[in-house]
Design a protein around this ligand. Sequence first.
Ligand code: SAH
Length: 497
Amino acid sequence: MAKEYREGRSGAGSGKSRDGKGTQKRTERELQPRAQRGAEKGAGSRSQGGAGKSFAPKNHAEVRRGTALKDQREVGRGTAPKDQRGARRDTSSRTRQEAGPREGRHKLCPVSARCGGCKWINIGYQEQLEAKADRFRRLMEPFCRPEPLIPMEKPAHYRNKVHAAFGEDRRHNAVSGIYEERSHRIVPVDSCLIENQKADEIIVSIRGLLKSFKIRPYNEDTGYGLLRHVLVRVGHATGEIMVVLVLSSPVMPSKNNFVKALRQLHPEITTIVVNVNDRDTSMVLGEREQVIYGRGYIEDRLCGMTFRLSPKSFYQINPAQTQKLYEKAMEYAELTGKETVLDAYCGTGTIGLIAAGKAKEVIGVELNRDAVRDAVSNAKRNGVSNIHFYQNDAGRLLLEMAEQSAKLDVLFMDPPRSGSDEAFLDAAAKIGPEKIIYISCSPETLVRDLEFLKKKGYKAKRCVAVDMFPYTESLEAVVMLSKKSGSSSGKGGERKR
Ligand code: SAH
């Protein structure tokens, strides 16, 4: 088996295949302009049967069809209203109102068409849920009856990671917002229906400070100017806030005074990091970083564990729903404390760490070295000692385990949008864990992989979809498969709404 990863030292393993550059690359891709992200959609190793099909609710022909989300794990931003003079409006009250689809139509966000993030912005939440449940039921028909879809209680402002591009208008006034779909034009946005409100406020404040500090936004055409992007991450449970200023040069004038002024406006900010991106690139984050205030990272809590988020580390963008998703995964696993568990595609180790308290031992495997490093430090931070991480291709590690006749009771797998691959699934079936808990952000590739596992003798027993990304088509799901024969559990069965 590949050597176990130790902090400060590279682990063994290929580390080269697929998106092997890992979190850094992934994070950058996530932060690319929407158009760019779209271009990368579907870059899986196998074909994606049906991927990209739209499934807008019926009777809403005005909603643009045929456009699947660009990155299911990092859906685009929507935009909340901003009146003509740019003043902020109370989007939360509107959100409460929008239960009836008619009321919300064409009103919720004036720039949704240009942004392209929330394809379902004008559809009532109940209707969105029904459409998602319906789609999931149809996709899962050959395998198992879904349990009722898990909705979001307050389906607004759920994004805990907010990115704003900075530029200038014709009069050289600073503007901040989102890139227009398929372009590098900035659509000015002050507040957005799906973004964390505090993060939006901080971005507006930063824009307001620029003039007095003589900081000019970066101009992509001329290469002049300093501030390219601002990224804000908020700890959902802890309230900690990280601000990342992406600059074109490492020299920031009056850095300390800028920090002071921003902290005066927002004392809730716990850390500020300068990220230097001096390349002519559409990537948001550069390599170099300098912490100019606080610890350089924030922490958040999920399912009783504390996780460290640095500017580049991957973390689900809707923690409230992620908690529900992971709770379901744990419920399905029915761990008793005796099991050997594998967390495949483990990222920063979230699922494995949560499982570790209920299992004998856990192995995590992840291709991305930065993510593995975070996973190791997360294990330390939480005092978890029965977990070991490997930096490797998940399929390769599983194959090695199969060759060594390793024992495995429960396999958690949470692959990227392109799904898993045959090498992985084949090896998994050879090892033959009692249960496979498949967490998916792409129902199409999920179905493809379930088909494969079915042929290998695994049967889907329970499944549920979780609404992680309201106002978008995106669907997250968890499926429990077992080797044992028998009909699907009576606990399933979706209620008629
Ligand atoms: N389970 C984690 C991360 C899921 S995202 C969480 O919930 O936070 C999917 C992860 O799979 C990413 O971290 C990506 O780097 C990793 N990955 C992609 N291809 C892989 C492969 N072939 N082998 C191992 N990990 C891979």
